[in-house]
Design a protein around this ligand. Structure first.
Ligand code: GDP
Length: 174
C-alpha cells in the first residue's frame, strides 16, 4: 500500500466560504455557526484513493483574513496543492484571486521548481444574486495558470468532493 501525505492550502478572501468548505469536506456538514464554535484552521482527511494508494490530506485554512494579505512563507512551506476560492456574489473576492495566486506562486514551489497545482473554486453558486459570469472566470483561470475551475456550493454540497478529487488527481500525477 502506497501512502501519500499531501499538504493542501485553502486561500481566498474572508467570507467566501473556506471554513464551511473544509467542514463540509471533512465532516460532511454545513453549519452556519461553524467558525464561531470551532475556529479550526487545520484538518485531516484520509482518502482510500485506489486499491494500492491511500492519501492523507492535511488541509490548511487561513482563518480570519478579510482581504488579501501577503502570507508568511511558513504557511506555504511543503504545500503540494492549493484551492483558491471566491464568492460568485462578490466581484471584490474574485479580483483578489489574482493576488492570492501571485503570492502563492512567489512563495510556494514544488521541489522541481514548478508552481504547485491550484484549482479555482467559485463558491455560493446556489445564490441568485451572482455577479461574476462564467466566461470571466474561465478566462481568468486560463490566464493565471490554474489547473481548472469549478462552480461549487458548499451549502448544497455541490462539487465539493469532485473539486478535491480533481486537485488530488493532479497532484498525484506530477
Ligand atoms: P471564510 O471566511 O472564507 O472561512 O467563510 P465562511 O466559511 O465563514 O463562510 C462565510 C459565510 O458564507 C457563512 O455565513 C456561510 O454560511 C456562508 N456560505 C458558505 N458557503 C456557502 C454556499 O455555498 N452558499 C451560501 N448561500 N452561503 C455559503
Amino acid at each position: 500500500m502506497n501512502e501519500h501525505l499531501l499538504k493542501i492550502l485553502i486561500i481566498g478572501d474572508g467570507n467566501v466560504g473556506k471554513s464551511s468548505f473544509l467542514h463540509r469536506y471533512v465532516n460532511g456538514q454545513f453549519n452556519k455557526t461553524y467558525k464561531m464554535t470551532m475556529g479550526v484552521d487545520y484538518a485531516l482527511k484520509l482518502l482510500h484513493w485506489s486499491d494500492k494508494e491511500k492519501v492523507r490530506l492535511q488541509l490548511w485554512d487561513i482563518a480570519g483574513q478579510e482581504r488579501f494579505i501577503s502570507m508568511n512563507r511558513v504557511y506555504y512551506r511543503g504545500a503540494l496543492g492549493c484551492v483558491v476560492m471566491f464568492d460568485v456574489t462578490s466581484s471584490a473576492s474574485f479580483l483578489s484571486c489574482r493576488h492570492w495566486k501571485r503570492d502563492l506562486d512567489n512563495k510556494a514551489m514544488l521541489p522541481n521548481g514548478e508552481s504547485i497545482p491550484c484549482i479555482l473554486l467559485a463558491n455560493k453558486c446556489d445564490l441568485p444574486q451572482r455577479v461574476v459570469p462564467p466566461d470571466s472566470i474561465d478566462r481568468f483561470s486560463k490566464a493565471n495558470g490554474f489547473i481548472t475551475w469549478m462552480e461549487i456550493s458548499v451549502k448544497e454540497n455541490k462539487n465539493v468532493g469532485e473539486a478535491m478529487r480533481r486537485l488530488v488527481q493532479d497532484i498525484l500525477s506530477v
